[in-house]
Design a protein around this ligand. Structure first.
Ligand code: ATP
Ligand code: MG
Length: 316
């Protein structure tokens, strides 16, 4: 069986809020699945259900063939779960934290030492075993947290925004570890706010308002973006954005870093008109160029479309 995770019609409600809305998902063994989406999209709720910590209201989920409700206990042996706010014991050393988790996960004593040694080498923390967890840098803390969740050699690893707030270099190191795990056959289910991380996943689900609104390989998502995208630099980006939104030939506009990204149906027409139209409003245009979309463009536009759809439906 090469299916690692499967959900069907998975639903979770909190009062009036539907945090997960009839989710159907399948993740292949030995792959990295990325879950992205804005705050409150339902990422943490999904992960908690998959780890057997939260009960769904409807539908079901299987991890490694285990039903996350009926077989939650067996499931725990095979999964590692690093919550969004995973806490290490700050007043314990690196080594003590690892030993503590080895105890919690009931790693047999005879393999414990060997396993800890492996993890320390893996995470490059061997030189820091005697340091208190509180004294580690952010990136090291996350690597230690990951190591603690790997102590029992899980086949399925669930990571909820494991690198949030960690600097780019440390994030890259963290991902190197994830690739190492993947190569050993571990299935990884990870939520992340970072697009460079999403691009490293085999498959990505974009979650919005409890629904997976896009699901594909990152490269396919980018290929599937079949509209003309302009990157425009101007002297007054907010005014330009608001005004561009009113222009009939502009389909969508949003701020992307220091530039405006504008989606149009006809590049040549827009290129000729845009600077003139901005000029009429005393907005100076420095540069207009056609660009290929990034994964972030795909996500931003997908979420914006979804929002518009919902507003239209609500208004109707
Ligand atoms: N225990 C709870 N009680 C009530 N509402 C909850 C609970 N847990 C989550 N929610 C709500 O469910 C929705 C989804 O929350 P969830 O934490 O899964 O989102 P998320 O995608 O992980 O967001 P973030 O990116 O901020 O971590 C939100 O509207 C949230 O307020
Ligand atoms: Mg969350």
């Amino acid at each position: 069986m090469d299916e690692a995770i499967r959900t069907s019609m998975l639903t979770k409600r909190f009062g009036d809020i539907t945090a997960v809305n009839g989710m159907d998902l399948s993740v292949k063994k030995g792959t990295i699945f990325g879950l992205v989406g804005p705050d409150g999209a339902g990422k943490t709720t999904t992960i908690r259900i998959l780890c057997g910590i939260l009960l769904p209201d409807e539908g079901e989920a299987f991890v490694g063939g285990y039903n996350t409700v009926a077989q939650a206990e067996q499931l725990k042996e095979y999964i590692g779960y690093m919550p969004q706010r995973f806490s290490l014991y700050g007043d314990l050393t690196v080594m003590e934290n690892l030993e503590f988790y080895a105890e919690i996960y009931q790693v047999p004593r005879r393999v414990r030492r060997e396993r800890i040694k492996e993890l320390l080498a893996f995470s490059d923390l061997a030189a820091h075993v005697g340091k208190l967890a509180d004294q580690l840098s952010g990136g090291m803390k996350q690597k230690l947290a990951l190591s603690c969740n790997l102590i029992h050699t899980p086949e399925y690893l669930f990571l909820d925004e494991p690198t949030t707030g960690v600097d780019p270099v440390a994030r890259r190191e963290f991902w190197k570890i994830l690739f190492g795990l993947k190569n050993q056959g571990t299935t990884i289910f990870v939520s992340t706010p970072y697009m460079d991380e999403a691009e490293r996943c085999d498959e990505v689900g974009l979650m919005y308002n409890g629904d997976i609104i896009r699901l594909d390989k990152p490269e396919n998502m980018i290929k599937g973006f079949e509209r003309e995208l302009l990157s425009v630099s101007v002297d007054n980006i907010f005014k330009a954005r608001d005004y561009a939104g009113e222009l009939p030939y502009v389909e969508d506009v949003y701020i992307y870093g220091e530039e405006l990204h504008i989606i149009v149906s006809d590049f040549n027409y827009a290129r000729d008109r845009l600077a003139l139209d901005f000029g009429d409003k005393n907005i100076k245009t420095f540069d207009i160029k056609k660009i290929s979309p990034s994964l972030e463009d795909v996500f931003i536009t997908s979420v914006r479309e979804m929002k518009k759809d919902m507003e239209v439906r609500r208004g109707a």
